[in-house]
Design a binder for this molecule. Sequence first.
Ligand code: DAH
Length: 344
Amino acid sequence: MEQQLKELQTEALAKVESAEDLKQLNDIRVAYLGKKGPITEVLKGMGKLSPEERPKMGALANEVRAAVSSAIETKQAELEQKAIEEQLAKETVDVTLPGRQVEMGNAHPLTKVIEEIEDLFIAMGYSIAEGPEVETDYYNFEALNLPKGHPARDMQDSFYITEELLLRTHTSPVQARTMEKYKGQGPVKIICPGKVYRRDNDDATHSHQFTQIEGLVVDENISMSDLKGTLEVFAKKLFGEDREIRLRPSFFPFTEPSVEVDVSCMCKGEGCRICKHTGWIEVLGAGMVHPNVLEMAGFDSKKYTGFAFGMGPDRIAMLKYGIDDIRHFYTDDVRFLRQFAEHE
Ligand code: DAH
């Protein structure tokens, strides 16, 4: 039995020594030291031994166990250390490798133009208002002096969701919504940028979704000359100090009188393709807020007057950057968008 135990010890130690990883080592632990292991098996034969020999064999078995177990512990520490070193070696960062370039995005040209226009008006004391893109028939039309059945509704082909809900066809409903919030108390001085929708067939100059910026000023003694002065400052700041504006009579149901506003072309009247040889480019619609619109939103039209305007950043961006097709703004072709990056 003594011989058997010694052989077991030699065999176990050799296996421990040759274990290559923690899993193998653990298997060896279970095999030799477990309850069903060979040492226990050998000790079952103790009954056949003389009473003097039994304690000796018990002590020897314990020695064998202790030797194997301590060898396993030593080996375990060794293997753990090895595993850590291997992992560290694997995860080493080679700081001399060239870096991978991070893809940088850039602002959309429409966003840039809208932000530029916002900054101009904020500098003149305006604040920014917003309204929903899914709008009620009331705010989109009725509150703007366009009752149901009004022929001018046909000027804006609409996407109706229900009979009373539609995708807003312009940012003008925000005029009515904002005035209601002010509860008849001026001054109101806001611009409202946002997306609008019309049932147009898309082509180089039409898109079923585009952007507008609405402007509204309501106070006592606001006159047409305030409108003209404001738009002149705006046009010179946006297009250049040498530009002029001109007002042409027009019609909008929500303003009276109404005007169409042109900016002089950069060809300085010589005539070019952009201004179609007229020397002028139409950039927005405007006018004095119709008394009906003021009254419906809770303002006393005998005390208050106001002006409003609506412009299209798409068109302005096309003029500013020389873009010949509005669809470029909405097709998300990065080759187009990249041309407006400032950081390359
Ligand atoms: N809402 C008009 C449109 O989409 C633009 C407009 C014209 C807005 C005159 C105004 C305005 O506020 O006074 O065609």
